[in-house]
Write a protein that binds this ligand. Sequence first.
Ligand code: HEM
Length: 410
Amino acid sequence: MSETATEVRNETAPRFPMDRNPRCPFAPPEGTKTLRESNPVSRVEIWDGSKPWLVTGHAEQKTLLADPRISVDESLPGFPHWNEGMAANVSMRPKSVFNSDGAQHSHFRRMMTKAFTFKRVNALRPFVQQTTDELIDAILAGPKPADLVSALALPLPSIVISQMLGVPYESHGFFQENSVKSVDRYATPDENMQAFAAMFMFMHELVEKKMKEPDDDVLSDFAARARDGEIDVAEAAQMGLGMLIAGHETSANMIALGTLALLEHPDQLAILREADDESVVGDAVEEMMRYLGIIHNGQRRIALEDIEISGQTIRAGEGVIMELGASNWDPAAFPEPEKLDLQRSARHHTGFGFGPHQCIGQQLARVELQIVYTSIFERMPNIAVARPIDEIEFKSDRLAYGVYALPVTW
Ligand code: HEM
């Protein structure tokens, strides 16, 4: 099917992002299901009036995410940015793993993956367990109800990623506040830019410091590469910043939303509580990753060449958005997707993306989630949400979906 630019402009298309049904807070928006059923590769309209393709089918997404004709180069005209701020500030963002393709992407990615090998991440297990235990001790010693988000879900991944990177944890308040603003779906371009600039300057100074006084951490490794001329200081700072932002907000939302989902599904929680085998916990975490579409803004891409898929022609220069939550609820890949089933085999989910840009921190996230879900229910056997679920506020406006607060008793 071929369309002229004018036909595309005039064609009506559903708005994206779409709203979730407040009565089904764990389900992806109903509209993404409707699109997947009519055509898993369909046009939507985004904030600037442009009409990129939205990919909602699991098979179609995997095909396109692995296709070298699909690019993350956000500087190309036609790239479907999240919002006006991301579009306006595109020239401020140095090249990094997030916005480069091919050999350049592999070059950046190799520098980052060193810190996340299976062996290195497994070696972090005792530290993650100890940090989790200390945070839970503090909850148990404090007043009821406690907010699980601020007392555990957010500090745990923040402490872990700060320690890995070598960023002082004392700066976590500054980073949490600004990282939210820098990627907020509804922030103004100015707010996006100021937040990004503040964090970038902080990281830039820290890289310069570590070039002179290296420690045994990931940022010192990036700083050494900058000192040796392999990358420049701005690129080192951008990689560190990317890891810091990607590494805490995501896991934090999985911890809090996941705990709520498990409490809402007592039969499934029983499977986790009774698990005496690591593989049961491992499978449970994969299913939680499938079930909870916390990355819900769509992964943004642009086509470099014409691509035929699902009876459609994506033209070179057209935007493409991958809706991961919709693909993880595609019945062709996961029968009865609306059922949380911790014993299903869900390892082919796309919760960590797919293809060359698949999540670098996924092993770390798995370790955090395996430890934290197990520890919460072991140490707080009578944990319960202190409010009815319809009084819990969900983060529909944020880059990562989750809950703002989760008051619990035990
Ligand atoms: C449950 C927690 C997490 C989730 C759900 C998650 C999800 C994702 C997804 C969906 C992508 C693919 C982006 C795309 O294709 O456009 C991604 C990429 C990435 N993630 Fe994660 N992530 C998590 C934790 C982490 C952690 C702990 C780190 C640690 C630093 C991290 C670092 C990264 C990086 C650097 C990339 C970019 C990779 C590339 O472009 O090559 N993530 N993540």
